[in-house]
Ligand binder design. Structure first.
Ligand code: AMP
Length: 223
């Protein structure tokens, strides 16, 4: 069976992380989330973290020359050899071109790009209500509240809002998405790789649709 190399595309707050969690249970995919990698680097105070923090806090993208090397190194790692799921990368045409070149050199290819579509107003509502616990469990003040307000159900740690989930930062991230990331929709459409999903449906419905699509792709690939 050939490998599945997938990209999740969509605005911040479209539910990419939730879908990724489910998809990696359905299929043997290495999960590569550049946002998570960067947040970890910031928390650990590494050189990468120091370079990235100011951009992230402002809702800006980290420069291509900082992120491309880090992401591609991860794609080449052993655990991603049988397939990967990229979340949050590529986010610019330059990143997409770098990935395409790298895949060609490795004799591999992208299987499909899964676009989760959600309108802006819905994104602002969703993201500004998002809260995270120390262990990384994600809640939403309206849609998925903890049992006790402000405390994690699992470890009781106080819930906090990610700096980049504040409403003014969310709006900046959305503007950035439309400016520099949305052109990737056309880029991948032109290559016949784009698959669209309605991200306003429930997480389970979105997951069912994506899983069915990926299962078909895998079948077609193995024929
Ligand atoms: P995310 O969790 O994917 O929304 O990413 C959080 C933040 O990390 C973004 O707002 C960017 O500042 C930064 N980031 C993550 N992935 C990338 C990327 N591929 N290119 C540039 N910046 C990124």
């Amino acid at each position: 069976m050939s490998e599945l190399n997938l990209i999740l595309l969509g605005p911040p707050g479209a539910g990419k992380g939730t879908q990724a969690e489910r998809l990696t249970q359905d299929f043997p995919l290495a999960y590569i989330a550049t946002g998570d990698m960067l947040r970890q680097a910031v928390a650990e105070g590494t050189e990468l973290g120091l370079k990235a923090k100011q951009f992230m806090d402002a809702g800006d993208l980290v420069p291509d020359e900082v992120i491309i090397g880090v992401a591609l190194e991860r794609v080449e790692a052993d655990d991603a050899r049988d397939g990967f799921l990229l979340d949050g990368f590529p986010r610019t045409i330059a990143q997409a071109e770098a990935l395409e070149q790298e895949m060609e050199q490795l004799g591999r290819g992208i299987t499909a790009v899964l676009l989760i579509d959600v309108p802006d107003e819905e994104i602002v509502r969703r993201v500004s209500g998002r809260r995270v616990s120390r262990s990384g469990r994600v809640y939403h003040v309206d849609f998925d509240p903890p049992k006790h307000e402000g405390r994690c159900d699992i470890d009781g740690s106080p819930l906090t809002q990610r700096d980049d989930d504040r409403p003014e930062v969310v709006r900046a991230r959305l503007a950035k998405y439309h400016d520099v990331t949305a052109p990737l929709v056309r880029y991948y459409e032109d290559r016949g790789l784009l698959r669209r999903f309605d991200g306003t449906r429930t997480p389970t419905e979105v997951h069912d649709h994506i899983r069915a699509t990926v299962a078909t792709l895998r079948l077609e690939d193995s024929l």
